[in-house]
Design a binder for this molecule. Structure first.
Ligand SMILES: O=C(O)CCC(=O)C(=O)O
Ligand SMILES: [Fe+2]
Length: 298
């Protein structure tokens, strides 16, 4: 492998590791090399290692003060969303904002009760593919349903308040939305072998065409009894003003009781889950929600 193969290799974490060793060995002898630090930072971001990624994005900024994308990623990975505006920094990595410890202990308990009660009502998840909503299990495998009233009661107000308090719509640069008014919410259970391949939450169907802001709340029993299930947020490339191939992504490992917001149009994926236990309650759970823009706003 050579360094120039990096874009191809980015999709395998083993290749990521190999490159990291090589690049870091080189970086020791070239501490002021911004391009090198940039590559290392990008790989750490794709491995979900945000502290390491931040360290190297800061090195980029030090070597090249005013580097717009480095500032963007420093804001992004330190939890501030994209304080550096996307449209001026030129990055096509989708912004996101994650909060840990979203629900207090009492609410988490209430959520587990509501989830356990709703488990028998979950069915194999459907998804839109080329304008057809159905069971497309090459794309999506999990069990899900619209969240019942008890789950809605736990999330609706808390999410709306959080979005307002932290100006999440502004930070994610969602222009067609001013507040959370209309929220679709669903419950998803991922067991062994489940996944959700790259997709966007907004589309052309009646149920998804108005989606602007997505959130995912991750929860699972501790100690964690599964592996995998990372949420990848893909960067988009651009060629002549058109969206082009992706070449990197931000990896968000699932954190129990965390909530992550991102624009619904962002391409994202849930990597396969491995879970030895056959008990569905031992898997990876998500509450996902979508804030809809008003009907007349395009
Ligand atoms: O489970 C997740 O982390 C994300 C789920 C998702 O992307 C969706 O339901 O659209
Ligand atoms: Fe999604």
């Amino acid at each position: 492998m050579t360094e120039t193969d990096i874009d191809i290799a980015l999709f395998s974490s083993e290749a990521h590791r190999l490159f990291l060793v090589q690049l870091k060995a080189k970086a020791v002898t070239q501490p002021g090399n911004a391009a090198l630090a940039w590559r290392i930072a990008q790989i750490h971001r794709a491995l979900g290692e945000f502290d390491d990624a931040l360290h190297y994005y800061c090195a980029v900024q030090q070597a090249e003060p005013g580097h717009p994308e480095a500032s963007y990623f420093i804001d992004l990975l330190s939890g501030k969303g994209g304080n550096t505006p996307l449209n001026t920094c030129g990055s096509l990595a989708p912004p996101f904002i994650r909060f840990e410890n979203f629900l207090d202990a009492r609410m988490q308990e209430a959520l587990w009760q509501a989830t356990t009660e709703q488990l028998p009502e979950l069915h194999p998840s459907v998804v839109e593919e080329y304008g057809v909503v159905g069971l497309h299990q090459n794309t999506r495998r999990s069990h899900s349903n619209r969240a019942g009233q008890r789950i809605r009661d736990i999330f609706y107000q808390r999410v709306a308040e959080l979005v307002e308090r932290h100006d999440i719509i502004g930070k994610l640069e969602i222009s067609n939305l001013d507040a959370v008014r209309d929220l679709q919410i669903s419950l998803i259970a991922y067991g062994d072998g489940d996944y959700f391949k790259a997709h966007r939450d907004s589309g052309t169907m009646p149920n998804n065409r108005l989606r602007e802001l997505s959130f995912v709340y991750h929860f699972f029993r501790e100690p964690k009894r599964f592996s995998g299930g990372a949420l990848y947020l893909y960067d988009a490339g651009q060629v002549a003003g058109e969206i082009a191939q992706v070449n990197n992504f931000t990896c968000l490992h699932p954190v129990n009781n965390s909530i992550t917001f991102f624009p619904s149009r962002a391409l994202h994926e849930v990597t396969p889950i491995e879970c030895a236990s056959k008990n569905p309650i031992d898997g990876r759970f998500a509450i996902t929600g979508w804030a809809l823009r008003p009907e007349d706003n395009h």
